[in-house]
Write a protein that binds this ligand. Structure first.
Ligand code: IPD
Ligand code: CA
Ligand code: CA
Ligand code: CA
Length: 273
């Protein structure tokens, strides 16, 4: 498959950063780790990978700006284009020696995501998508799973953790969805969770309050693989808001309905004291 010039640039940046992450992954005990907030870690591996992605992309497209997890906003002179970069999605996995992490690069044009690359260097899986061009892993075309039965479905999610999210409300969702499906996975890197939906490995995925860099590339992978994505309660998906419910249209809707049902059960429980 011949990749477009744009995807080529994104791929090269992700793969170069991936080599740096793999070197650091081999010496994870020597990394300097600090906390940005409760259970919110960053290491020099994140920063090194981000530096590489920034350098590579700005060399290729000098006028385009950035939104990056660690460095924040870097303004460009082109008002139309912006790269959205998570240099290491799955930092907690990485720091624990778990090879489920990725570099995620999305491209925004006039506020819309038009291309995305997610690279898992430990598994050598490169996910790419461009608007209207389909989604791929390495050179294989992706398609979301076709399943239309909740009892057969396997979903991914992101559980809230120390200092983050509504733990009590989430437990209602988890109880509801665990009771209706074949299982729920919490794998720890949102960009890969969405890539797995695109690949048909997961039937769906939901998580709240992700950041633009967690979801930008994953969202276009899901859509270009024929999937659907919304926010909570069927709201239009917005990568700036970061709530995600996705899958094929049946699964996205079924997942949304289960989340709404869990919310009603929670309200009823609160009313009954
Ligand atoms: C995290 C991962 C995780 C999600 C967190 C994110 P990071 O990203 O995507 O799966 O549950 O909310 O912050 O910090 O490892 O890049
Ligand atoms: Ca982080
Ligand atoms: Ca992330
Ligand atoms: Ca990150």
């Amino acid at each position: 498959m011949a990749r477009s010039a744009l995807l080529h640039v994104m791929t090269q940046a992700a793969m170069k950063a991936g080599r740096s992450l793999i070197r650091d992954f081999g010496e994870v005990q020597n990394l300097q780790v600090s906390m940005k907030g409760p259970a919110d870690f960053v290491s020099n591996a994140d920063r090194r990978a981000e530096e590489i992605v920034h350098q590579e992309l700005s060399r290729a497209r000098p006028d385009w700006g950035f939104l990056m997890e660690e460095r924040g906003v870097v303004e460009g002179s082109d008002p139309q284009h912006r790269w959205i970069v998570d240099p290491l999605d799955g930092t907690t996995n990485f720091l624990h020696g778990i090879p489920q992490f990725a570099i995620s690069i999305g491209l925004e044009r006039d506020g819309q995501i038009v291309a995305g690359v997610v690279f898992n260097p430990a598994m050598d899986e490169l996910y790419t998508a461009e608007k209207g061009g389909g989604a791929f892993v390495n050179d294989r075309r992706l398609r979301v799973a076709a399943r239309k039965s909740l009892p057969e479905a396997l979903f991914g999610t992101g559980t809230p953790f120390l200092g983050h999210g509504d733990h009590a409300g989430y437990l209602y969702e988890l109880r509801q969805i665990m009771g209706e499906t074949s299982g729920v996975r919490r794998m720890g890197a949102a960009s890969l969770d969405m890539a797995y939906v695109a690949a048909g490995r997961l039937d769906g995925f939901w998580e709240r309050k992700l950041k633009p860099w967690d979801v930008a590339a994953g969202a276009i992978l899901v859509r270009e693989a024929g999937g659907f994505i919304s926010g909570m309660n069927g709201a239009k998906f917005d990568h700036e808001i970061g709530d995600v419910v996705c899958g094929n249209e049946f699964m996205r809707k079924a997942l949304s309905d289960q989340i709404a049902l869990a919310e009603r059960k929670r309200t009823a429980a609160a009313q009954n004291g």
